[in-house]
Design a protein around this ligand. Structure first.
Ligand code: F0G
Length: 514
């Protein structure tokens, strides 16, 4: 593998083995991956869109109209330069009113529907046994098939509870890729998190349809080496947020399930973006083109023993999350912790109105017009950048565009945090706030305090759900392309101050002047 060059497609074919067929499939898919929201030919002529034959025009439109608007704030590049300096080059320290287009996260930033707002007025705030809880519980059960449902205030609260029970020194949690809070909660318990992303997932600019897949060979090998008794849980993150928002195929979920089952290792889904993942399965995985999304979702969860969920993503809620599972004993242990940290089991850390918003959002997100628009709008931005030669993760992910900072800024070494430098440049130039997903977020130090870099240096531009329109997205691509054209002016960064856990939230940096 030493001579592997990610841009050499033929070599990639040999290396990736079975990915070849998929790749050919994807090339076809890309022909339908249109360079604007407007299709160059009727979508209905493409096999993967034949499903929409009766109701799809050439232009994929936002499947909503806008009832309520919020202002965005305009300022100048000079002002933003000062703001960035005052924020020590850390986007988390910038006030949101100083941001023009906020792509820091797709979490909790969704526009709720009129239905969800109506549900909020129906919220019953009883401490115990609220009807809002039972509506919430029913929605989660209906969608996932998992019978025991525990509300939490957000995803990481679910993680904290789960890993407090299952974690501990000498244990390994295996995953396609753990998200940062998931990894932090695992490590905080004393256990280790081990990512096993498939070969295709390691090369940002080489497209493949399911780059979020777990490497099942590595999984089997790891189990053989360490012993199943030291592996309390396998976690599949769908879609794989830290690895480019890339989906996991049903086939892979099935295979991971089989391996886990053979060794009695429970499988949990980190389900934040379950509907986006299901849409990719429908679009790209043979045999699913005509399967309704709720059925795909049901099948996906049918292989799981449980899930953690942040309802701030694919439930369009501004706050909320849950744990769901089959195992009664584990659920009871979780509830015992829940009462200490989150609240009584029929509200978790949430208000009754939040439970209503989540229950409604979970169903809304599976609407196929919504998912088509959602995935298409990310691809639209990605393809505009590809056309301009900007190095981006390919193919487009489900919730974000990921710039490949190593390719974008080859003159900045990884220990000068090229991703973070690019985040700063996008903010100053166009008021766009993104986030580094690279060595600042995931880097570690060795014994000599030398940086052990992350596998990838990415900048994530996460698109909030139902919030920005096509002209906002056009503006974003314009800014990125302008920054790309003067990329040589961008300087690396050095860390002034950092905390031992999740340092990217609070880190202070300054530029390294040439
Ligand atoms: N798992 C994944 C895959 C996530 O993306 C997140 C959050 C969490 C768990 C934790 O959920 O925020 O509700 O506690 N991701 C956000 C992001 C923060 O910006 O990607 P949470």
């Amino acid at each position: 593998m030493d001579s592997f060059h990610p841009h050499d497609k033929n070599h990639f074919y040999r290396a990736a083995g079975t990915a070849i067929l998929h790749y050919v499939y994807l090339e076809k898919y890309h022909q339908a991956a249109l360079l604007s929201f407007t299709a160059p030919f009727p979508l209905s002529s493409h096999p993967h869109y034949s499903h929409y034959h009766h109701h799809c025009m050439k232009t994929i439109i936002e499947p909503f109209r806008i009832k309520s608007v919020e202002p965005i704030y305009f300022n100048t590049a000079e002002a933003r330069q000062l703001i960035l300096e005052k924020a020590f080059y850390n986007p988390f320290l910038i006030h949101s009113e100083d941001v023009l287009i906020d792509l820091l996260t797709d979490s909790g930033t969704s526009a709720m529907s009129s239905n969800q707002w109506a549900g909020i007025m129906q919220g019953d705030e009883s401490y115990a046994g609220s009807p809002s809880f039972f509506r919430f519980e029913k929605a989660v059960k209906d969608i996932t098939g998992l019978p025991l449902v525990i509300p939490t205030h957000q995803g990481r609260a679910s993680e904290k509870i789960l890993f407090s029970i299952m974690g501990g020194k000498g244990k390994y949690f295996v995953s396609n890729t753990l998200f940062d809070t998931t990894r932090a909660n695992i490590e905080f318990s004393g256990a280790e998190g081990v990512d096993m992303i498939c070969e295709e997932g390691r090369y940002p600019t080489v497209p493949a349809p399911f780059k979020g897949n777990m490497d099942t060979v590595a999984l089997q090998k790891f189990i053989d080496e360490k012993g199943a008794e030291h592996i309390p849980l396998c976690i599949l993150t769908v879609t794989n947020n830290s690895g480019g928002g890339q989906p996991v195929s049903m086939q892979n979920i099935r295979e991971v399930h089989a391996i886990c089952k053979a060794h009695a290792i429970p499988l949990f889904i980190d389900a934040c973006r379950f509907a986006e993942n299901a849409w990719f399965i429908k679009l790209r995985e043979p045999g699913y083109a005509d399967t309704p999304v709720p059925e795909i979702v049901r099948e996906l969860f049918s292989y799981a023993d449980g899930c953690t969920m942040s309802a701030k993503k694919d439930a369009f809620a501004n706050i909320g999350g849950f744990l769901a599972m089959h195992n009664e004993q584990l659920a009871q242990q979780c509830r015992n912790l829940l009462v200490i940290t989150e609240g009584f089991p029929t509200y978790g850390g949430l208000a009754g109105r939040d439970l209503e918003a989540i229950a409604i959002g979970l169903h809304e997100v599976m609407d196929e017009h919504y998912l088509q628009y959602r995935i298409r709008s990310i691809e639209y931005l990605t393809n505009k950048l590809i056309a301009a030669g900007v190095p981006v993760m390919q193919p487009a992910g489900g919730h974000a565009v990921y710039l490949d900072a190593k390719g974008f800024l080859p003159h900045i070494p990884v220990d000068q945090y090229p991703g973070q430098a690019l985040v700063g440049a996008l903010y100053v130039h166009g008021g766009i706030r993104g986030v580094e997903i690279g060595s600042l977020m995931f880097g570690k130090y060795d014994e000599q305090h030398q940086l052990v870099p992350a596998a990838l240096e990415l900048v994530r531009l996460a698109i909030p759900r139902r919030v920005y329109t096509q002209s906002h997205i056009d503006y974003v691509s314009e800014v990125i392309i302008e920054v790309f054209n003067k990329r040589n002016e961008i300087e690396g960064l050095t860390i002034l101050e950092e905390s031992p856990i999740l340092r990217h939230f609070t880190v202070k940096l300054s530029p390294i002047k040439k």
